[in-house]
Design a protein around this ligand. Structure first.
Ligand SMILES: NC(=O)c1ccc[n+]([C@@H]2O[C@H](COP(=O)([O-])OP(=O)(O)OC[C@H]3O[C@@H](n4cnc5c(N)ncnc54)[C@H](O)[C@@H]3O)[C@@H](O)[C@H]2O)c1
Length: 371
């Protein structure tokens, strides 16, 4: 079989931590000929341009996305700032990899999805954990029926509060920065992906805010139960308020899925590789002076080794570049799935706020009526 790969001119909008990772990976991809960056912070833009060997840098994403070289786009701005570049890129019919969540406001997420679907462009969302081998193997087993009919799923996501503090620091709208919308969405996506044939019909949730509430007006964690139309249930818990000294730099996740014929348990807590040192560790988000023990590999994007990022975000980025270049199918979340995850996380937060069950799906009007 002869393959005729399409050469790629890649635009990266938002050259922060993730934009830099995607850019460095793209620079090594054989089909990428040209990389352009849009970054509102010019100093940061210059640093990333140099690190990726990018060909072009601007502070204006519209200028970048209007360049003739561009035929694919990564949108890696802050969570609440994806919408404008995504809508602009949709109008230009450019395929996109959009970081999660699609948006942080439900009405914006709906209008962004409408813009994507109207243009017919191929847009996928960066649910990176779909590229971690263990979740992929789990997906294969559930899909091929090894559990029989799945009836009950549980997930436990524990996160160092460094991640929450980083998010609260860089947001001007803290009410939208909840553990579900920003981080719980990863665990939720994995479970919903495992249960993709099922339709969620109701959610019931509660939140607590005693650790992050006083300083950051934030939410510590949320517990939720989603019921499906066939009677299956999914119970999840996320806390992003674990103390800074907690050895998991970022994310610890456990999932159990029970079916009529089998059970699947997945330990992604990273307790199998532990480092203790007198020196301060810099893995993941802002290093904390008090942390001298690390569960390695807990940074969801992957791990730096021998000067390169190894792990899920590398596989995800390369796989997406192959999707654009060769048209091969990949397991990326679609834009519609991305909107569905945002809707579910918003419904969970709404149920916790109103302290009552919420029928699914919810619409932007439901959010408005609830104030
Ligand atoms: N998949 C994963 O595992 C994973 C991990 C971390 C972050 N993320 C997601 O990636 C996205 C970026 O996160 P990050 O940690 O890189 O944040 P970051 O703050 O490091 O980077 C965001 C960058 O976007 C720039 N920016 C904002 N608006 C812009 C605009 N209109 N035009 C150009 N540049 C603009 C900011 O100046 C900043 O440099 C978020 O959506 C986040 O949730 C995903």
């Amino acid at each position: 079989m002869k393959k005729k790969p399409k050469r790629i001119g890649l635009a990266i909008v938002g050259a922060g931590r993730v934009g830099l990772i995607r850019g460095e990976l793209a620079a090594r991809h054989p089909e990428v000929d040209w990389i352009g960056l849009a970054e509102i912070n010019p100093e940061r833009g210059e640093i990333v341009r140099e690190k990726c060997g990018a060909d072009f840098v601007t502070t204006n994403f519209r200028e970048l996305l209007s360049r003739p070289e561009v035929n694919a786009v990564v949108v890696s701005t802050d969570e609440h700032l994806h919408v404008d570049p995504v809508v602009f890129a949709s109008e230009r019919k450019l395929p996109m990899l959009i970081e999660k969540p699609l948006a942080t406001d439900l009405a914006e997420s709906a209008s962004t999805l409408a813009a994507i679907e109207k243009s017919g462009v191929d847009a996928v969302i960066g649910y990176t954990q779909r590229f971690r081998r263990r979740w992929l193997v789990a997906k294969e087993k559930v899909k091929s029926g090894a559990l029989g009919e799945v009836t009950m799923v549980t997930s436990r996501a524990f996160m160092n509060r460094l991640v929450a503090i980083d998010n609260y620091k860089r947001s001007d709208n803290r009410a939208e920065v909840t553990p579900m919308v920003i981080s719980g969405t990863h665990a939720l996506d994995i479970v919903m992906w495992l249960m993709e044939a099922k339709k969620p019909v109701e959610v019931y949730a509660r939140s607590v805010n005693k650790a992050l509430g006083p300083t950051w007006q934030g939410v510590d964690g949320t517990g939720y139960t989603i019921t499906f139309d066939d009677g299956a249930i999914y119970h999840g818990v996320i806390s992003w308020a674990l103390p800074e000294i907690w050895p998991g730099a970022v994310y610890s996740l456990e999932i159990g899925a029970v079916g009529t014929e089998g059970v699947l348990t997945i330990d992604d807590t990273h307790r199998d590789i532990v480092l203790a040192t007198n020196l301060i560790q810099a893995e993941g988000y802002s290093p904390d002076k008090r942390r001298h023990v690390d569960f390695l590999t807990s940074y969801p994007v992957g791990d730096m080794a021998l000067g390169e990022l190894r792990g899920p975000m590398r596989e995800e980025t390369n796989s997406w570049l192959n999707r654009v270049s060769l048209g091969v199918p990949t397991q990326h979340a679609t834009a519609r799935e991305g909107h569905n995850r945002l809707m579910l996380t918003k419904a969970i937060d709404l149920s916790a706020k109103l302290k009552r069950p919420i029928k699914l799906p919810i619409t932007p009007d439901d959010m408005k009526q609830a104030g």
